[in-house]
Design a protein. Structure first.
Length: 425
């Protein structure tokens, strides 16, 4: 169990850090203030500040985020009239830090009961100092001042000039796309590393290596060495495509075109139905022959070919969800990832590295789906802005993002509960 937990933390940490670093890097390049870089969600465990960004580690391993100034999900805790704060004022008389937390005390801080603030444009804060309600005092706030939020997290204030919307449209689109892009790059590098570790690239062919005893394939007369070249008249170039067609056809007759000893023949099979992880799939009981290419070119190319192979599988699964109906069993959350990580950890380092590459591609593709609150949804809003010639109102974008986030959280809860039932009951 300890090995599984450590492996899960490492895999999860790499995925989140690589994804969020994409957003972080291109936001910085565009002049957008990154207020917080978080690994994990929920309550804060550890935090430190460096170069205007607060880096936090949070307790719930269900994701991470880069908090950019001015985006819909960057909501400051409102300093309402009557909010007690403590101000750190420099010798120049300008506020350099505002403490709105009871967990942290500013050394020599000036107590202030807030009456009004403007921390985006004119940069000032005013209120009653030391409980004296006979006079409202106003302080100018430094452009790079910080604010300590109620949970004790210190972040930089967000003036308009460093907010997300102040960057050019192409810069914002690149910033939104950079997270998934980094996941694809990680997968390419990981698959290439895996090829070198394995000493070559092993791939399945459309030739049959063996048939399972009492299987549909053996009963139909399929033999070792047979090559399946077509299914229902459709040409097949990979064992993966054949397997997917068989899985999608439980109890449905398929006509296989087979090459044997230079001759072509047709064999009809009806895949047996089997339930796996709550899904009903077809099986005929064949094992595919493999071949290994040990050349340097094949190892380097595997970064791309391996990634493309997994990408095609994911889109085939998404296509089946559309054509065959949506099922929670087609999805997996943190619990499913943990269970899969447990199996991978038992199989060795190479299996864990393979899992990292597969999960990275999954994360990249899922994040590009045009769903509000995901990167794909943000890119869609960018495209709408490009067509309209102006951005949506901040309030409208906030509502869209909030609805999308709410639906995602609901889906996450349902998927997690379904995973718990699948793997533990």
């Amino acid at each position: 169990m300890i090995v599984t937990i450590i492996t899960f933390i490492i895999v999860f940490g790499i995925l989140v850090i690589v994804h969020e670093f994409g957003h972080f890097y291109f936001a910085k390049k565009a002049g957008i203030l990154v207020r917080e870089f978080s690994v994990g969600m929920g309550p804060k465990a550890v935090a430190f500040r460096r170069n205007a960004t607060t880096y936090t580690l949070r307790f719930l391993p269900i994701g991470g985020y880069v908090r950019m100034a001015g985006v819909a999900d960057d909501e400051d805790e409102e300093l309402k009239p009557g909010t007690p704060v403590s101000l750190q004022v420099g010798q120049d008389g300008i506020v350099h830090s505002i403490n709105a937390s009871k967990k942290t005390t500013l050394f020599n801080g000036i107590p202030l009961s807030v009456t009004a603030t403007d921390l985006e444009k004119e940069l000032w804060i005013e209120g009653y100092e030391n409980g004296d309600e006979t006079e409202v005092k106003r302080y100018s706030v430094d452009h790079d001042a910080t604010i300590v939020e109620s949970d004790g997290t210190e972040v930089q204030i967000a003036p308009v000039d460093v907010q997300f919307q102040s960057a050019k449209l192409w810069q914002r689109m690149l910033t939104n796309f950079a997270g998934p892009m980094n996941n694809f790059i990680l997968a390419i590098i990981t698959f290439a590393i895996l090829a070198f570790m394995q000493g070559g690239v092993t791939s399945t062919t459309t030739h049959v290596a063996a048939t399972t005893a009492h299987s549909v394939a053996r009963q139909a007369g399929i033999q070792k060495g047979d090559q399946i070249v077509a299914v229902n008249g459709k040409k097949m170039t990979s064992a993966q495509s054949i397997s997917l067609l068989i899985q999608d056809s439980p109890k449905q007759q398929l006509k296989l075109t087979i090459k044997r000893a230079g001759q072509t023949k047709k064999i009809a099979v009806t895949p047996a139905a089997k339930t796996v992880s709550g899904n009903r799939i077809g099986q005929i009981g064949v094992q595919w022959a493999t071949k290994t290419d040990t050349s340097l070119g094949a190892k380097l190319a595997y970064g791309f070919t391996g990634s493309w192979g997994i990408t095609k599988q994911i889109f085939q699964v998404l296509g089946r969800m559309v054509t065959h109906g949506f099922s929670l069993n087609d999805l997996g959350g943190p619990v499913a990832i943990f269970a899969t990580t447990s199996q991978a950890a038992k199989s060795g380092v190479r299996t864990v590295i393979y899992l990292l590459a597969v999960l990275s591609i999954n994360l990249g593709i899922v994040n590009l789906l045009p769903i509000p609150a995901l990167d794909g949804g943000k890119l869609l809003l960018n495209i709408v802005e490009g067509i309209r010639g102006k951005p949506l109102r901040v309030e409208t974008e906030s509502v869209i993002t909030l609805i999308g986030f709410g639906l995602l959280m609901l889906l996450m809860i349902l998927v997690t509960w379904n995973d718990i039932q699948r793997y533990f009951f």
